[in-house]
Design a protein around this ligand. Sequence first.
Ligand code: FMN
Length: 373
Amino acid sequence: MDGSVIADKAVRSFDQHKLKLGLFGLNCSGGLSATLVPERWQGTWQENLAIAQMADEAGLDFLLPLGRWKGYGGETDHNGGSLETLTWACGILAATKHIMAFGTVHVPLFNPIVAAKQMVTADQIGGGRFGLNIVCGWNLGEFNMAGVELNAHEARYEQGQEWVDIVTKAWTSDEPFDYAGDHYSVKGALMKPKPVSGDRPLVVSAGNSDRGREFAARNSDMMFTGIRVDQEEISDDIAPLKAQAKSYGREIGIFTNCYVVCRPTRKEAEEYHDYYALEMADHGAVDNLIAGRSARGRFDELPEAMLRNLKQRAGGGNGAYPIVGDADDVANLLIKLNAAGIDAFAMGMANYLEHFPFFRDEVLPRLEAAGVR
Ligand SMILES: Cc1cc2nc3c(=O)[nH]c(=O)nc-3n(C[C@H](O)[C@H](O)[C@H](O)COP(=O)(O)O)c2cc1C
């Protein structure tokens, strides 16, 4: 192999639609839903394959896995079964035609040269359809499984910077290179083949903190971040990130995590949302999700309505943004968020195979009619 595969930029479906859509979390048991309902997502390979092919045929833009090594406990051990994301992406890319598949890669767990080689392999399999989601990590229990310590927040991002520099160099340098950093020492590295695009695959990085945003502005094509403000404030919230990227001579897009409950009527959607994400929530897993994610604590002191929302979002979508309603509600909210500056939506559904067909048949045509897809 000499790395000279012709790049087919058309397969980079990311450039095709103003409003980009994908499915998120399908590689893990439970997906984004910590729930006890019998139809909860199992996340087997056969299910992943089936939904990947269905999403590909429907024209979705991407599939994004959760980077997960250990479950959240509770009755279902939510996310306790997971398919490793780079090997998952290889399988998905081999079995699909147009859709992008991401790897969600924990910086401290993957040597950058090994990861660069694995990712280029995925990219070759997919003819340029691989994307990288960088996560610098947060979950000590997962890191301890691999005998890796969780560095302090700042050090995690410093290591992340070295990691990206090495991976990018491996993907682009035609000459052997050395790299001497605080975290990595690389000698005489030369990688062939190169990514199909001839450049680097699409790079997304996930985080919410200011430091995470700075990292994204410097390195990523898109920042993967939660919607943390009211709809009206989204444009103002992302403006500094866009300006920061510009100051580094770059453009950056916005990618967010959400979950969709779409039913023929708004009432049915709200009832199912309450049913699977509250009444039938895996309460143990929900508590662990909330406690593990945040050092803010003291949730019991929150007003009851806020606590209910927080728990419903954790049960319904691992804390993602809820998009609940009939097909008009769902399409209109997506369009509104897109107009406010969210470019891409990584969606959870309680059961992707059961719930995506309604979204495909009812919401996608509305988005097309609105001219955003
Ligand atoms: C939208 C989003 C998706 C994320 N997905 C994952 C994931 O799949 N696996 C993981 O270990 N961490 C994930 N993270 C957490 C990041 O690894 C990161 O540790 C966390 O956001 C803390 O970084 P920050 O302080 O810069 O926000 C995600 C974060 C965000 C905001």
